[in-house]
Design a protein around this ligand. Structure first.
Ligand SMILES: O=C(CO)[C@H](O)[C@H](O)COP(=O)(O)O
Ligand SMILES: [Fe+2]
Length: 228
């Protein structure tokens, strides 16, 4: 686990929506690895954000890969549109997909990286049979819907068990973690096996995005036993 490259995916949920293009350029220059775009429909989660038009309008403003987190019911209806809009990675929620294998297959047919997101209370068994087909698993460490929530600590154990499942099968599936990630929680999830850290308020809520990203990357190198 020592030489793992940890990637930071700032979530624009906590950015200034009146200046999104500028915010995205600033966070790219600050060292972000991916841009996390939270799509919410007011049904699957109790909040509304934006759809493919906003994704498409941001696409010319950055080279960062777009990591689109779909917190929507019936995501199959919109996969093609998000792919056309410029999504590079697409995650759907297991809880929103009765035919998860079909949904993941479609994302891959569209040439995109395919991920499944799991709510905190959703067991890993929801993706066990599908692991070989996935590029990444998004472990939610808050109940989805809002930025700035408190990290749910049992996500650490869930990531550990998932990491073992992935290793036991000899797979290269990446673990992404989303919700309440900051320099205090980052070392815990990285030690457990997470490689992509989504961070909204811990980046866009700070004065300097580059300092914030650096702090997350530095914190990721700390072994939890060395935490004060
Ligand atoms: O999917 C999400 C919420 O549903 C966001 O990506 C997440 O909450 C980021 O915000 P923060 O880092 O402030 O917790
Ligand atoms: Fe997210």
């Amino acid at each position: 686990m020592k030489n793992l490259k940890i990637e930071i995916a700032p979530s624009i949920l906590s950015a200034d929506f009146s200046r999104l293009a500028e915010e995205v350029k600033t966070v790219e220059a600050a060292g972000a690895d991916l841009l996390h775009l939270d799509v919410m429909d007011g049904h699957f989660v109790p909040n509304l954000t934006f759809g493919p038009q906003v994704v498409a309008s941001l696409r010319p403003h950055t080279e960062l890969p777009f990591d689109v987190h779909l917190m929507i019911e019936d995501p199959d209806r919109y996969l093609d549109e998000f792919a056309r809009a410029g999504a590079d990675w697409i995650s759907v929620h297991a809880e929103a997909c009765p035919h998860l294998h079909r949904t993941i297959s479609r994302i891959k047919e569209l040439g995109k990286k395919a991920g499944v997101a799991l709510n905190p209370a959703t067991p890993l068994s929801a993706i066990e049979w599908l692991l070989t087909d996935l590029d990444f698993v998004l472990v939610m460490s808050v109940n989805p819907g809002f930025g700035g929530q408190k990290f749910i600590s049992f996500a650490v154990e869930k990531i550990k068990v998932l990491k073992t499942m992935i290793q036991d099968r000899g797979l290269a599936v990446k673990i992404q973690v989303d919700g309440g990630i900051n320099p205090q929680t980052a070392p815990l999830v990285v030690a457990a096996g997470a490689e992509i850290l989504v961070a909204g308020s811990a980046v866009f809520g700070k004065e300097s995005y580059s300092e914030a990203i650096k702090a997350l990357k530095e914190a990721s190198k700390i072994a939890p036993k060395d935490l004060k």
